[in-house]
Write a protein that binds this ligand. Sequence first.
Ligand SMILES: *Cc1c(COP(=O)(O)O)cnc(C)c1O
Length: 222
Amino acid sequence: MDIKANLQEVKKTFLNQDCQLVAVSKTKPLEDLKVAYAAGIRDFGENKVQELQAKQPEMPSDVNWHMIGHLQSNKVKYIAPFVYLIHGVDSFKLLREINKQGKKLDRKINVLLQMHIAEEETKFGFDQNELNEMLNNTDFKSLTHVKIKGLMGMATFTENIDQVRKEFKSLKTLFDELKAQALPEFIQLTDISMGMSGDYLIAQEEGSTMVRIGSAIFGGRS
Ligand SMILES: *Cc1c(COP(=O)(O)O)cnc(C)c1O
């Protein structure tokens, strides 16, 4: 697996060079991350708290660690001191816990709200009603140690490009509608995290600002 060549190949195909690449290194050994680092990558995505915790101290301190997987509230404390961006915030309970841990550390923690855009039942995320409920909750408005930077979504795992496109479009629409609202100061919407190895070009066509790419860089996972 020529990670450096893969990275160059992936970057070359980008429709928007300003789109942030998060190299998804889950299950991959440190040697692979180091090769990507040497090739210029500073943003790494992991989906398990334990793995993130194990890799973080072994890599240079200027790495931006992205937690891209489902996060349980009771595990927030383990990554709160160093995590750069938590992509998968899918409940008010989790957001409150992140805020609590941020407060303890005197650190504002960057998060994205994960929206349920896929047809599949299994994908996590807020639906529109749940999001509105949270936004209107008085406790929500008094959060002090989180920064909501945008939205994240995952499309249905399907060959049907039209469906994937439709789902990404729906996330962009949600983002634009949310941005048009009067929001508390801790919500600064700049990012739409959508697109993976199989669909990042469609995602970029539909307005993605951040793609999470694993297998196209590091090869398949067993
Ligand atoms: C694994 C994973 C990715 C990367 O998937 P690839 O298809 O290997 O690019 C992106 N986002 C999330 C949330 C993931 O869990």
